[in-house]
Ligand binder design. Sequence first.
Ligand code: ADP
Length: 357
Amino acid sequence: MNQSKIGKFISECRKVRGWTQNQLAEKLGITDKAVSKWETGKSMPDLSLFTPLCDLFEISLNELLSGEHIPDEKLKEKSNEILMDIITSWLGQDKWELHENTSDTQIILRLQNVKKNYENTSTLAVNNVSFQIAQGSFVGIMGASGSGKSTLLNLIATIDKPTSGTIEINGQNVVDISEKDVAKFRRDYLGFVFQEYNLLETLTVYENIALALTIKKMQKENVKQIIDALAEKLEIADILFKFPYEISGGQRQRCACARAIAVNPNLILADEPTGALDSHSAKQLLDTFLMLRREYGATILMVTHDAMSASYCDKILFMQDGEIKDMLDREQRTKQEFFTSILEVVAQIGGDDNYVS
Ligand code: ADP
């Protein structure tokens, strides 16, 4: 349920009737502070107030909970959506976020026997790595500093080439793509939430996201439509016209997510996206990834050294000395249970001290 959308809708319904926040509060027998909190999306009306609110505004419960007027033809679809939302919030999202790797699931990324040898230092940074990722999964790569995570991510991102092995994205071996075509491939298939690919400081947030879309030759009206919809979902609508230096680190990362998903990429690559964030912003960003996966079917591969961030994933690959030493599937575990299992693996393969990459 979108709290801020519901808040805006309450405000709209109130204003249509020409009531002040105080007048609405009086009719409901509550304080105007509570009304103000709903309208700014800070809280939700108490359950016992749903019916009186609907009666006052002459709207249905479905409309109140979806935060908009619903035309008759959309009623069934909307009420199903709301029902699913409510069930999800009762049961907890964990169970609904699970994606089974069934045989008919489309494989987005497939690595086979990938090796990367840095000849200058004779370092085998990635050694015989094979794995695959199905569409709609959120996969984490963990490992101590120097274990090969960044090298592996750079190979998948087509920033670097492997010494041997194949890396297929959507069935295409990226190792074979020529220098000339690689930028276009990246633009068409990949979304980046990398520190180095952060927002351009001289453009507003809107322009940063729009840039990614106009490179794809999209019409101006469509660009606006996509950005407005994403901004609402990612809760960045009120900072769209600010410059990156005017917003917080967490907001910047959410904007980077908006830019990454805007072009509808097959795979989103994230490199330590929560590394520089406080715990509240980190949680918000990880929830954003879950939302992108749920609502846009995004497939996400994230490098992290942080077990809390990793506990949001549904599969973790653990790297050590360039190899995948262990894999952990979330299965039916809750976030907390998964977190504990991750810490156990981390302790087994080298101890927590090294996880400070
Ligand atoms: P991580 O991201 O897990 O910290 P990296 O992928 O950065 O690990 O590094 C893996 C190994 O490869 C390390 O031993 C590192 O020193 C080496 N390495 C990384 N990049 C280069 C490079 N450009 N040239 C030579 N060696 C490198």
